[in-house]
Write a protein that binds this ligand. Structure first.
Ligand code: DQA
Length: 147
């Protein structure tokens, strides 16, 4: 099973970016722990981060036929990107939406996700653990689907 982990804008700054909100773990550390977890779960993971909406759309399109599932933290594009939503619907690769922070306890503009209703599920508010929980949930759901 092959899983793509997608990170949206500004997540390359994790570790120094608003640590009170997003935690102290760097993106590299989060990815390292996801690679380790993927090993335990017996799946392969690849990572992609971009600050650009178009590059993220391209990555979703390229996932068609190459990945069985996507763990996506689209960051600010969660709240704005019809293009990313359309790409995920177009490729129909099952995905889980994850957020480090509890977006529902923050500014009202973060309460709306343009992706959540199309996701298998959403994990928010557990810091870097949101990614790990999201990966576990996605792999379990895909395994169930396959029987
Ligand atoms: C985020 C929440 C978004 O609202 C924000 O724009 C981010 C990060 C999170 O992981 O908590 O950049 O997706």
């Amino acid at each position: 099973m092959r899983i793509l982990v997608l990170h949206g804008p500004n997540l390359n700054l994790l570790g120094t970016r608003e640590p009170g909100t997003y935690g102290a773990e760097t993106l590299a550390a989060i990815q390292g722990s996801l690679r380790e977890l993927a090993g335990e779960l017996g799946v392969e993971v690849e990572f992609f981060q971009s600050n650009s909406e178009g590059a993220l759309v391209d990555a979703v399109q390229a996932a068609y036929g190459r990945f069985d599932g996507i763990v996506a933290n689209p960051a600010a594009y969660t709240h704005t990107s019809i293009a990313l939503r359309d790409a995920l619907l177009a490729v129909a690769v099952p995905f889980v939406e994850v957020h480090l922070s509890n977006v529902h306890a923050r500014e009202p503009f973060r309460h709306r996700s343009l992706l959540a209703d199309a996701a298998l599920g959403t994990v928010a508010g557990f810091g870097a653990d949101s990614y790990r929980l999201g990966l576990r949930g996605l792999v379990a759901a895909l395994a169930l689907e396959r029987g």
